[in-house]
Ligand binder design. Structure first.
Ligand code: ARG
Ligand code: ASP
Length: 718
C-alpha cells in the first residue's frame, strides 16, 4: 500500500520537488530559510551567505577542479576527502616514501609538501546577470548565432567585473540558459599537503565498499593554503604565509542523531533533473549497460594485476579507482531508475505538459521535437559510447590516437612539440613493459572483440568470420605495430619530419584507430582538415544543438505551468546548499539500515588477506584499549560514518556537513548505491548521502597519528 501511495505521490509531483530534494543557490537561500528552520535549523540564510559580512560561504572552497573543501583553522588549514587528495598523495608517493600506503603527517609548516597544479577557489560573491548576458538575443536567432553573442556578452561582463582586481569571473547558465549567474572567485595556487591517513583508513573497504552502506571509510585528507604577505593568492614561494581565511568552521563533537537537521554546503557537479523520458531511457538502458560491460573487462585485468605485487598496485590504483567509481554508480543508477519506473513517470508528466501546451504556440511542438532529436541521437550516442569505453580502453590505443593526431599536424614546430610529448608517454609505457603488456594487450583485445560481437566494429567483418579470427587479427596489430617496440617508436618520433607523415597511417594500430574513429564520428583527417563523411558529424551536432534549445523552452514551460513550485537548478559545479535530516533507510525487503556506523564495524570487516580490509595494528591497539579520547557518542561508541537525506552528487565530496547551529559535524564523501539515480530523480525513501563523522576524523588525527599540532589549531565547540 505504501508503495502505491508513494507512486501516486511521485506522479503528482514529478516536476515539483520532493521533500529534501534540491541543491539551492546560496544567494537565494532566503526562499528556503523558513523551511530549513522548520526542519530544525537555528541559524539564518544570512549566516550562510552574506555579501557584506564574513559568513559560512567564506569557509567553503572548490578543491581542485571537482571536489569541495573547508577551512577549519585561522591558518588556512583545509579538510577534504582522501579520495579528493588521492591523485596528489599518489603523485608524491614512491615505493620508499609511500604516503598512499603509510600515510603522512607534517609535524611543522616546513614539512608540508607543495602540490604544484592544485588550486583552491573561494567564492567572493555572486550576481544574477541574466539581462546583460541575453542582451541583443532574439528568438529568431539560430543556436550558433545565439551562442556566439552570449559568449561575447559573457566575456565583456566578466572582464568588466574583475577589472583591476586579482579576482576571476565565471558566468554559468542555469535552467538550460533561462538564467545566468556570475561568480567572482579568488583562486589560490600554493596549496600544500599536511596530512593523510594510510589508504587502509582513508580508503578502507576500497572499491568493494565504495557507494555502499554500512560504511567505515576514514575518507579525509588535510591541506593548507598559502598566500603572499598581503594574504592574497600567489604562486608557490617559500616566503608565502599560511592564508588567513575570512571564516573557518567551528567543529562540534556532538554529532547528529536520527532526524537531526543537517545541511551540505559545496560544489555539486552535474544533475539531470528535467530531462525527458527518452533521455532517461538513453542513459539508464542504452549507454549505461555498455559502459558497465566494457569496464568490467578492464577492471578484471587491473584487479588481477594489482593483487600480484605492490608496484602494480601503485601503478594502477588511481586508474582503477576512477574506472570503478563510474562503473559501480551506473549500475546503481540503472537499477534505481527502473525500480522507480522513471521513464514511465516522465511519460505521464509529458502527457500532462502536452495537454497544457496544445494551445500555446511557444510550447506546442517542444516535446515531439525533443523526441525526434533523441531518436536521431540515440544510435550515434551508442557508437560514441563504444568508442570511449572500448576503442579508448587500452594505453596501446591511446598512444595510437596520439600518433594519429601527429598525422594531422601541419606546422613543423607544433609537430616537433607533439613528438617530444609522445616520446615521454612512450618511455613511460615501456618502463614496466613486460608486466604492463600482459594487462594492456588483453584489455585491448577483449574490449575490441566485445565491441565487434555487439556489431559495433563492422569494419572487421571483411577479414574476420569468427571471434577467433578477430582475436588473431587484433593480436597481430598489437605485435606488428611500432607502438609495441620501444626502439622503433622512439627513433621514429626522434627523427620525425613531414616526409614521414605517410608512414604513420601504415602502422596497423594507427590504421585500426583511424578506421574505428571514422566509423564512430563519420569524420576523417585529410591534410590536416577534418572532413565530415556523409554529414554524420553535422547530424550529431545539430541534434545536440536542437536538444539544448528545446530543453531551454521545455524547462521554461514547466516553470510556467507550475508557478508555485520552487524549482532547483540542475547542479553545474557552482556553490549550493542541500538540506535534510539524519535517517536510515530500507534498501530491500526485510533489511533496515541504521543511520550510523562505529569502529566495531571496522573490526568486523577486518581481513588481513584482503588488501582493502587490512586494519593497522595501531588502530587495533586503540580499539582494544578503548582509547577513543573525547570522540565518542552518548553511548560511548566511536562513530565512523552517518547517512542523511541531503541531495548531493559528484563534486560534493569533501563538502562540510553542518548542524543546526552552523558547526561542522562531518565531511560528505559518497552516496548509498540504491539511491545513485538521484542525479536523475531524488527519492526520499532511498537517497542518502554518506558522511564521515568528524569525530572519527579527529580521532585518527589525534589518537592514531599523534598530530596534536593539527588538533591544537582547530576550533572545537565546548
Ligand atoms: N563514490 C565516491 C565518489 O563518487 C568515492 C570515490 C572514491 N573511492 C573509490 N573507492 N573509488 O566520488
Ligand atoms: N563521491 C562523490 C564525489 O567525489 C560524491 C557523490 O557522488 O555522492 O564528489
Amino acid at each position: 500500500m505504501k508503495k502505491i501511495l508513494f507512486f501516486l505521490f511521485v506522479i503528482a509531483t514529478v516536476t515539483t520537488t520532493f521533500a529534501d530534494e534540491g541543491m539551492w543557490i546560496p544567494m537565494l537561500l532566503g526562499k528556503n530559510e523558513a523551511d530549513m528552520q522548520k526542519q530544525g535549523m537555528r541559524i539564518t540564510a544570512k549566516d550562510i551567505y552574506d555579501i557584506n559580512n564574513a559568513c559560512l560561504k567564506d569557509a567553503v572552497v572548490l578543491f581542485g577542479g571537482g571536489c569541495t573543501g573547508e577551512y577549519v583553522s585561522k591558518q588556512g588549514l583545509l579538510f577534504t576527502n582522501h579520495h579528493c587528495g588521492y591523485s596528489q598523495i599518489a603523485a608524491r608517493s614512491t615505493l620508499e616514501h609511500n604516503y598512499l600506503a603509510n600515510g603522512f603527517w607534517a609535524k611543522s609548516f616546513s614539512e608540508e609538501i607543495p602540490c604544484p597544479g592544485l588550486t583552491v577557489t573561494r567564492l567572493v560573491r555572486m550576481e544574477d546577470v541574466t539581462t546583460q548576458v541575453l542582451e541583443g538575443i532574439s528568438n529568431d536567432m539560430d543556436e550558433k548565432e545565439r551562442n556566439a553573442l552570449i559568449n561575447e556578452n559573457i566575456k565583456k561582463i566578466g572582464d568588466k567585473a574583475v577589472e583591476g582586481t586579482h579576482y576571476k569571473a565565471v558566468i554559468k547558465p542555469f535552467y538550460y540558459g533561462n538564467q545566468y549567474f556570475m561568480y567572482i572567485n579568488e583562486v589560490f595556487s600554493d596549496v600544500r599537503l599536511v596530512g593523510t591517513p594510510p589508504s587502509n583508513i582513508g580508503k578502507f573497504g576500497g572499491d568493494t565498499d565504495n557507494w555502499m552502506w554500512p560504511r567505515h571509510t576514514g575518507d579525509f585528507s588535510v591541506f593548507r593554503v598559502y598566500a603572499d604577505k598581503d594574504n592574497k593568492p600567489a604562486p608557490y614561494s617559500a616566503d608565502n604565509q599560511p592564508y588567513k581565511p575570512l571564516k573557518h568552521l567551528t567543529i562540534s563533537l556532538k554529532g547528529a542523531e536520527q532526524n537531526d537537521f543537517t545541511f551540505v554546503f559545496g560544489y555539486p557537479g552535474t544533475t539531470q533533473r528535467y530531462i525527458t523520458s527518452d533521455a532517461v531511457e538513453l542513459i539508464a538502458n542504452v549507454t549505461n549497460p555498455v559502459r558497465i560491460a566494457l569496464r568490467t573487462i578492464r577492471l578484471d585485468h587491473y584487479n588481477n594485476a594489482m593483487n600480484q605485487d605492490a608496484a602494480q598496485r601503485l601503478k594502477y590504483s588511481s586508474t582503477v579507482a576512477s574506472i570503478a567509481n563510474g562503473w559501480k554508480k551506473w549500475q546503481g543508477e540503472t537499477i534505481g531508475v527502473n525500480r522507480l519506473e522513471v521513464p514511465k513517470m516522465k511519460r505521464e508528466f509529458e502527457q500532462k505538459f502536452q495537454q497544457w501546451a496544445n494551445d500555446k504556440p511557444e510550447y506546442r511542438d517542444v516535446l515531439p521535437q525533443l523526441a525526434q532529436n533523441y531518436a536521431t541521437l540515440k544510435p550515434l550516442e551508442l557508437k560514441r559510447t563504444y568508442f570511449n569505453e572500448a576503442v579508448m580502453a587500452s594505453d596501446f590505443m591511446k598512444r595510437a590516437y596520439a600518433m594519429w593526431q601527429l598525422e594531422s599536424i601541419l606546422d613543423n614546430e607544433e609537430a616537433k612539440a607533439h613528438c617530444e610529448k609522445l616520446i615521454k608517454t612512450n618511455e613511460k609505457y615501456f618502463t614496466d613493459f613486460e608486466k604492463h603488456t600482459i594487462v594492456d594487450k588483453a584489455i585491448f583485445i577483449e574490449t575490441f572483440t566485445y565491441m565487434w560481437q555487439k556489431g559495433f566494429a563492422p569494419y572487421l567483418d571483411k577479414k574476420c568470420h569468427s571471434k577467433a579470427d578477430v582475436e588473431k587479427l587484433l593480436s597481430n596489430v598489437y605485435e606488428k605495430s611500432m607502438l609495441t617496440h620501444k626502439d622503433k617508436v622512439i627513433s621514429f618520433l626522434k627523427s620525425y619530419n613531414s616526409k614521414k607523415k605517410s608512414k604513420i597511417r601504415k602502422d596497423p594500430a594507427v590504421d585500426l584507430f583511424n578506421t574505428a574513429h571514422s566509423y564512430t564520428f563519420g569524420e576523417e583527417y585529410k591534410l590536416g582538415e577534418l572532413i565530415d563523411l556523409n554529414n554524420h558529424r553535422d547530424t550529431y551536432r545539430t541534434a545536440q544543438d536542437n536538444i539544448s534549445r528545446l530543453m531551454r523552452i521545455y524547462v521554461k514551460g514547466m516553470m510556467e505551468m507550475q508557478p508555485d513550485v520552487n524549482f532547483f537548478p540542475d547542479a553545474n559545479l557552482t556553490l549550493r546548499v542541500a538540506y535534510g535530516h539524519v535517517d536510515g533507510f530500507k534498501p530491500k525487503d526485510g533489511v533496515s539500515y541504521k543511520p550510523y556506523t562505529t569502529i566495531e564495524g571496522i573490526m568486523q570487516k577486518e581481513n588481513p588477506d584482503i588488501y582493502d580490509y587490512v586494519v593497522e595494528p595501531r588502530l587495533k591497539e586503540l580499539y582494544n584499549n578503548k582509547d577513543f579520547g573525547t570522540y565518542t557518542n552518548s553511548k560511548g561508541e566511536l562513530p565512523v560514518c552517518f547517512i542523511a537525506t541531503n541531495h548531493t552528487t559528484g563534486g560534493n565530496s569533501g563538502s562540510p556537513v553542518i548542524n543546526a547551529d552552523g558547526q561542522l559535524i562531518g565531511l560528505n564523501f559518497d552516496r548509498c548505491w540504491e539511491g545513485t539515480m538521484s542525479d536523475i530523480l531524488f527519492d526520499p525513501e532511498y537517497c542518502r548521502n554518506i558522511t564521515l563523522d568528524i569525530r572519527y576524523c579527529l580521532f585518527i588525527i589525534d589518537k592514531f597519528a599523534g598530530a596534536q599540532n593539527l588538533i591544537n589549531e582547530l576550533d572545537i565547540a565546548k
